[in-house]
Design a protein around this ligand. Sequence first.
Ligand SMILES: [Zn+2]
Length: 206
Amino acid sequence: MKEFEAKVISVNGREVVLDRTCFFPQGGGQVGDTGFLNESRVVDTRKDESYNITHFLEKEAPFKVGEVVKGRIDWERRYKIMRLHSAAHVVYYLLIEMFGDKCKLASSGIVNEKKDITDYLTDSFERNKLAVVEGKANELIKKDGEIRTWSDGQRPNYRYWEIDGFPKMPCGGTHPKSLKEIGKIKVERGKKPGAGKERVEITLVE
Ligand SMILES: [Zn+2]
């Protein structure tokens, strides 16, 4: 969903809350969506602990409570984020496969439209092995396959991500529907984030 109509629930300076939205709020390392509410530019989207989603406008909001506005997310940016986020899941599986159980996620990574950055708890990632992981990831993506995401029945805001051949993993982010949509990726070792940690950076090649 890229566009929608919604009713304004509250306005506070540059901050707008709607009765519904398809703007993804920053969370799980994924940046908040940008786009437009009518002609007003949305520069960020955040949520609070109760999952109330706030749209942050570039300028003071010209809306009144009760008004219906048209929302439009910056789809080009969001689609790159979705592709990179799914790529990070694929690379995670292949890293665990390559380096074994002693390699673990240090935290949920950071993904924006340019790069996915994920830190792992491990001694070291040899460069040649990362190149093998990159090759395997691109093979898997090229081979294609469905990307399934769904909500936990008990906890609607708790979601899962799954592809054939690998165990499901928890993820509340946004994703394309198939592996092929990710396109070719580059997997590189980033600046070491600290003792006992390694950083992996993923970018889109095409
Ligand atoms: Zn994820």
